[in-house]
Design a protein around this ligand. Structure first.
Ligand SMILES: [Ca+2]
Ligand SMILES: [Ca+2]
Length: 198
């Protein structure tokens, strides 16, 4: 095989595949391009010019009551989803996030606050906080199969690395309240190193 053909093949193999949004491509709204991310009609999928990165486009609660689940959609805006023990919140990002090139840096962050007091605050990749008033954080490519990437334990924003679960990309983030857990979530955001430009 010629070197040039091999190079083209290698380049093709290295391209990430964009995961289509639920329901197919979204129409670009008229106000896309005005520099403001309008979370009512825009997200990073249909208007990456205004909405810089990957925030949630849907937010669904289950399990124990989840208050204001719609407040987890879009960029951080000071409106919160309230979560408690046994709450399960599934957030679908507007675009997939990808493990950063080195693989060891954080890829997304939760904007909000764990209001219970986890007894074992965990670091990146720690799985030691189960059962200690924390929230298990899971990620998935397809919304069917989830892997644990760590525990949300912080009273402030907290970053997570999908590389902790040996994942290459993720589109779904799920939070699961452990016994005694309580939190307020404003938004989930992909970090710039994990969001490719469209
Ligand atoms: Ca990473
Ligand atoms: Ca919010």
């Amino acid at each position: 095989m010629r070197w040039s053909a091999l190079f083209v093949l290698l380049m093709a193999a290295c391209q990430y595949t964009e995961v289509p949004p639920p329901g197919g491509p979204l129409p670009q709204p008229a106000n896309c391009g005005d520099g403001v991310c309008d979370t009512q009609s825009e997200d990073c999928f249909n208007c990456s010019k205004d909405c810089s990165c990957c925030s949630a486009v849907t937010s669904n609660g289950s399990g124990a009551p989840v208050q204001g689940e719609e407040n987890g959609v879009g960029e951080a805006d000071g409106k919160f989803v309230e979560l408690a023990e046994n709450s399960v919140l599934t957030l679908v990002l507007g675009r997939a996030i990808y493990n950063d090139l080195l693989g060891t840096a954080p890829d997304f962050k939760l904007i909000g606050s764990v209001e219970s007091q986890p007894t074992d605050p965990s670091g990146l990749c720690s799985t030691s906080s189960q059962g200690t008033q924390a929230f298990e954080v899971q990620a998935s490519d397809d919304g069917l199969s989830y892997r644990v990437v760590g525990f949300w334990t912080s009273a402030n924003d907290q970053e997570f690395d999908i590389g902790c679960a040996q994942m290459r990309s993720a589109r779904f983030i799920r939070l699961q309240g452990q016994p005694g857990a309580r939190a307020k979530l404003d938004a989930v955001l992909g970090l710039p190193s994990s969001c490719l430009s469209q």
